[in-house]
Design a protein around this ligand. Structure first.
Ligand code: F6P
Length: 481
């Protein structure tokens, strides 16, 4: 591996391309990491010049990280390939940084998930979590500073690592550093929920990078707004730069798309075909509305189910003729909000089945488990794909679905997803809070003539595959040259 030259590329992210699960007796089993960030970067992980630095997420990961020769896992032979350094961060530090700051505070701020009854309460405990967040970011900065060749390019990913760019710059001013946000960015009036000093630290942390990337114009604009309002930084909106504390950071927008050929190849594998056959039998020739999400508050599953309920209540003609398949894979169950939300989703689903189900028709199938091949099978069978997040950095489901649909699926899409910037013209866009509008969009989507569906779906696929992950990543690196 050519890692002592300025060709070297380091990726840093919380979740890496693989994690380990305990296996009976033998060595821990390797499992592919999930989520948009990993899907986006998995394709470049195997390149010889890439080293991926990630956190150990569990005790099994921590053990594997400790046992790896020189702390480096060699994934040659595994489907992602490449070299990974998994950081053995103490469990309590990791928990406070990941759950206490990244996923409950920063995630909630950027997705506007706080409301008056659950407004944040920053106290001594939050300060302790914040110290762990700093230690967690410092562990990444230390590892990157150790591993990077002179002049190497470092691509730091997401809100878990917002302090790392500045920390790394302080340790290694020779490196070319990029930061990329996979989430939306909060507008200043909402961002200011953060205690003042922490809000400043996060912005200054990211501005330690030479280039800060976002998935959509509106998130980049919001970041500029925050830099202006919170830091009083000098903003050049035309050139998209921020100058603060004597340095200038360029701001870029790189929409992430899907690799159509790779996705179709994965969907052609036998495990997907087997699940498609089982689903076909369950659906039994009815029209199919599909949604696929993490059990995530920002994905807005409960309002999505309420919209389906309203569709059935207002349009009895669909009774017995449509099925809604809602796949939600478990996520972030360490946080009580996520556990409670999953229960709310289950209750909403049960009450729809109770209200409308008959001996011969189950109107809704909710499955809360992680089964990637089954999700791919569901895309293939979808007549309608429902993607209605309250707010989303991009949302790759909206792009994967049309690529795999064998029935030219119609897309009902929240205008608050980053993907709407590219897909809105050919989707039926909705306000995610407007349940009635969403219900009517589902109705329209089910009624859409085949010719119109085919034409819209063709254009959706074109837009979805325009910027595949390898180009998206190459653009981030090119911005450092
Ligand atoms: O940017 C959002 C993100 O970090 C993506 O990588 C992914 O879609 C999701 O959140 C995964 O979250 P987690 O790693 O907490 O399961």
């Amino acid at each position: 591996m050519d890692d002592r030259s300025d060709r070297q590329v380091l990726i840093a992210s919380n979740r890496g391309p693989v994690s380990f699960t305990p296996s009976d007796g033998g060595a821990p089993a390797l499992r592919r990491g999930g989520g948009g960030l990993v899907s986006g970067l998995a394709g470049v992980a195997g390149r010889a010049e890439v080293l991926w630095v990630c956190a150990a997420l569990s005790d099994t990961d921590r053990q594997a990280a400790r046992e790896a020769p020189g702390g480096r896992l060699d994934l040659a032979g595994h489907d992602t390939g490449g070299a990974v350094r998994m950081l053995d961060i103490p469990a309590a530090t990791f928990r406070r940084a990941y759950n206490g700051v990244a996923n409950s505070t920063l995630w909630f701020v950027h997705h506007l998930l706080y409301d008056t009854p659950n407004a944040p309460h920053f106290d001594a405990r939050s300060r302790r979590d914040w110290q762990s967040y700093e230690a967690y970011n410092a562990a990444f900065a230390d590892a990157l500073a150790r591993d990077a060749a002179p002049g190497a390019r470092v691509a730091i990913q997401d809100y878990h690592l917002s302090l790392a760019p500045l920390m790394l710059r302080e340790r290694r001013p020779d490196l070319r550093i990029a930061h990329f946000s996979h989430t939306p960015w909060a507008p200043p009036e909402y961002y200011r929920l953060l205690p003042d000093d922490l809000g400043v630290r996060v912005l200054e942390g990211i501005l330690g990078a030479d280039h800060a990337g976002f998935l959509a114009d509106r998130w980049a604009e919001a970041f500029l707004d925050c830099c202006e309002a919170v830091l009083d930084a000098k903003i050049d909106r035309h050139a998209r730069t921020v100058t603060h504390a004597g340095r200038t950071t360029r701001i870029g927008v790189h929409a992430l798309g899907v690799d159509g050929a790779a996705l179709r190849a994965r969907a052609a594998e036998p495990d997907v075909a087997a699940r498609a056959a089982a689903l076909r039998a369950q659906v039994d020739g009815r029209r199919l509305i599909v949604r696929i999400d993490r059990t995530e508050l920002s994905k807005n599953l409960v309002r999505g189910l309420a919209a389906y309920r309203e569709l059935l209540a207002n349009h009895r003609e669909w009774h017995g003729r449509v099925v809604h398949l809602a796949f939600a894979y478990p996520s972030r169950y360490d946080l009580p909000e996520y556990r409670a939300y999953t229960e709310e989703v289950r209750r909403a689903a049960a009450s729809i089945i109770e209200e409308f189900g008959t001996d011969t028709w189950q109107p809704l199938i909710l499955q809360v488990e992680d089964d990637y091949p089954r999700s791919l099978a569901a895309y293939g069978l979808a007549d309608v794909l429902l993607v209605n997040p309250i707010r989303d950095g991009m949302n790759l489901v909206a792009k994967e679905g049309p690529v795999l649909s064998e029935r030219d699926c119609a897309l009902v899409l929240s205008r608050e997803a980053g993907a709407a910037a590219e897909l809105a013209e050919d989707a039926l866009t909705v306000n995610p809070y407007d349940v009635s509008q969403t219900a009517e969009a589902l109705h329209r989507a089910l009624l859409m003539p085949a010719g119109e569906r085919a034409e819209r779906c063709r254009r959706l696929v074109e837009a979805a595959t325009a910027l595949p992950p390898d180009r998206w990543f190459a653009d981030q690196l090119a911005a450092l040259d």
